[in-house]
Design a protein around this ligand. Structure first.
Ligand SMILES: C[S@@+](CC[C@H](N)C(=O)[O-])C[C@H]1O[C@@H](n2cnc3c(N)ncnc32)[C@H](O)[C@@H]1O
Length: 229
């Protein structure tokens, strides 16, 4: 099969100069959006399924193939794959959730905007947090739709753990790093190498086959690790 996914089309050539300003503004204000009932129910379903001492989120998991791979990679953790898209998730979720007895993962349809806040309100501390190929919202005026410049950035930090973000748009990674720096967290950026078809998610496969450069940011969001400079 031919893969020809086009590169991210953006009118930005570098990180947006307002990242710090937007993060600070959100930091000072309370995000008041009410939690939708269906997201509350989905959250409760996920929490009730946890059968391991540590929790990993695969946020925006798409069809959930990455969640299944993470479950095999981290057998001592419980992986929660969350996506709001019914068409991406449903078939796979039903198949995967029913295929194993007492699996160490669940695929859940929910909006992260609510799911993350519910988890943070319950003081859930993640072991790891994967956000693989988030929608880049690449136009300059889309800035506030990106996770790091959304009101949810605070919540991502509150959930803690080892954060791993992957993107085929290096500016997203650079901006996320800048946003973390405003809160005194350090991060590492690397060019990802995919060997022997070992892609973690379907978007990763698509971009790799289309010969895009793939970037990864990692950050330790454990509070103790904060750089108190
Ligand atoms: C580009 S796709 C990447 C999917 C998958 N992580 C992968 O790498 O194959 C981004 C995914 O994020 C999901 N998403 C975006 N915003 C979301 C939100 N607010 N809540 C839940 N899922 C969201 C979309 O539905 C989509 O499946």
């Amino acid at each position: 099969m031919e893969y020809s996914s086009s590169n991210v089309d953006s009118n930005q050539t570098e990180a947006h100069d307002k990242v710090g300003e937007v993060v600070h503004k959100h930091w000072r204000t309370q995000f008041q959006k009410p939690i939708a009932e269906h997201n509350q129910r989905a959250y409760q379903q996920a929490i009730a399924a946890i059968n391991k001492p540590s929790i990993i989120f695969d946020s925006g998991c798409g069809n959930g193939n990455s969640t299944l791979k993470l479950a095999a990679q981290y057998p001592d953790s419980f992986i929660i794959g969350i996506d709001k898209s019914l068409s991406r998730l449903t078939k796979q979720a039903d198949k995967a959730n029913q295929s194993l007895n007492n699996p160490n993962f669940i695929l859940i349809r929910a909006d992260l905007i609510d799911f993350w806040r519910l988890a943070a309100n319950d003081n859930i501390a993640l072991l790891r947090h994967f956000i693989l190929y988030p929608n880049p919202w690449p136009k300059k005026h889309h800035l506030k739709r990106r996770w790091h410049t959304s009101p949810l950035f605070k919540t991502i930090i509150a959930l803690g753990g080892q954060l791993e973000i992957r993107s085929n748009w290096p500016i997203y990674i650079d901006e996320f790093s800048t946003a973390l720096t405003t809160q005194r967290f350090t991060s590492q950026k690397i060019l990802l190498e995919i060997h022997n078809n070992q892609w973690l998610s379907d978007f990763e496969k698509k971009y790799h086959k289309s010969q895009h450069s793939l970037w990864q940011l990692t950050a330790d969001l454990t509070v103790d690790n904060r750089n108190n400079g």
